[in-house]
Design a binder for this molecule. Structure first.
Ligand code: DGJ
Length: 342
């Protein structure tokens, strides 16, 4: 009898322990996206892929982002703005079939602690990496923002790989078209042409440059957009033949209001159509900043708007805000959702 009681007791404790464990598990065990909480990878480690972008290739999504070091400090010798930074850990990659469960594929462009002169030394800044696939060369091409610790360098860096999971070979950095390149993204069009979109001229003006056939250099064909309007954090997507560009204002790590513009071609005229975000906290982009807009495969009129909720005093703990973007009355609309599923 006593033995039986003990067995029941042990089973009850076991069930309780399992439930407590299960409840603590990260969101990838459900099919829901919950913005702002810690997102763990399939091994239970927090996803470290900030300022990132997603490439869909051979039925798999690859998420590339900034792999931030775990100590944040402020450069007190930079007095014009709050220059918080973390050691640059390189560029990470996570893969997923369902956009909810993410497997860590490693740091596909590692930093180089052994080479103090390299752009990729942890003391430097590597931000907003984006990857596209070149169908002609069969290479995966990564562009990123390369900075000095005080953010005065303003270079674009390029790396290539034969595989989406690397390792990527770093080709170097430069000022495209002879001008600054800070926050940036890539856009590959249906016709195979690719564009580099980057904040230039001390972040005052956003440039869009056509890349060469290999996607590794600029062609010299570019446009200056939103002149003197200080836009950064660009994210570009195409919907029903038109091009859309979401960006933020320039307020360092602090959030501000997003803005969307539309154009008939990437190098054409961009017309501002307002803030795509609606509802509470729309005026500060739900305490976050744009990084990418992902068309979801197999869905019409359905995109994921990806934002970073920066934690400037603990940058590695910055969170991800992913929300559905749909078109209503011909305009892109993003609305806060506590949780959502596909
Ligand atoms: C805003 C940019 O969007 C971020 O990527 C980062 O560069 C911070 N500024 C630095 O303050």
């Amino acid at each position: 009898m006593e033995m039986k009681k003990l067995t029941y007791y042990s089973i009850a404790i076991g069930i309780l322990a399992f439930c407590t464990y299960a409840c603590k598990q990260p969101q990838q065990n459900s099919a829901e996206i919950i913005s702002g909480i810690v997102w763990n990878d399939t091994e239970g480690n927090p996803i470290n892929a900030h300022g990132g972008g997603i490439m869909f290739h051979n039925d798999t999504y690859y998420w590339y982002g900034e792999f931030k070091g775990d100590s944040t400090y402020r450069l007190d010798w930079v007095t014009t703005w709050e220059c918080w930074r973390a050691e640059a850990g390189g560029v990470s990659c996570y893969s997923s079939k369902d956009l909810v469960n993410w497997t860590f594929e490693g740091v596909v462009l590692p930093s180089t602690p052994e080479d103090e002169t390299s752009d990729l030394h942890p003391s430097q800044v590597i931000e907003r990496p984006k990857v596209i696939y070149n169908d002609k060369t069969k290479k995966f091409v990564m562009w990123m923002h390369i900075e000095s610790p005080d953010y005065e360098k303003a270079h674009a860096g390029v790396a290539i790989s034969d595989s989406p999971t690397g390792k990527f070979t770093y080709l170097g950095s430069f000022k495209p078209n002879g001008e600054d390149s800070r926050d940036q993204t890539l856009f590959k069009d249906d016709d195979g042409r690719a564009y580099h979109i980057y904040s230039s001229e001390w972040n005052k003006t956003l440039y869009i440059g056509l890349l060469n056939d290999e996607y590794t250099q600029h062609t010299g064909v570019y446009t200056r957009n939103f002149i003197n309007l200080s836009r950064e954090a660009p994210a570009v997507f195409k919907h029903e033949g038109k091009y859309y560009l979401i960006s933020s204002g320039c307020t360092g790590w602090d959030p501000n209001v997003a803005e969307c513009a539309v154009a008939d071609s990437m190098l054409g005229e961009w017309r501002v159509i307002g803030n795509p975000c609606i509802g509470s906290d729309a005026d500060n982009t739900y305490h976050a900043q744009s990084t990418f807009v992902l068309p979801v495969e197999g869905k019409q009129n359905f995109y994921i708007a990806m934002f970073d909720r920066w934690n400037k005093t603990n940058l590695i703990d910055s969170r991800y805000v992913w929300l559905p973007l749909t078109f209503k009355e011909g305009k892109p609309v993003v609305e806060w959702k506590d949780k959502w599923a596909f």
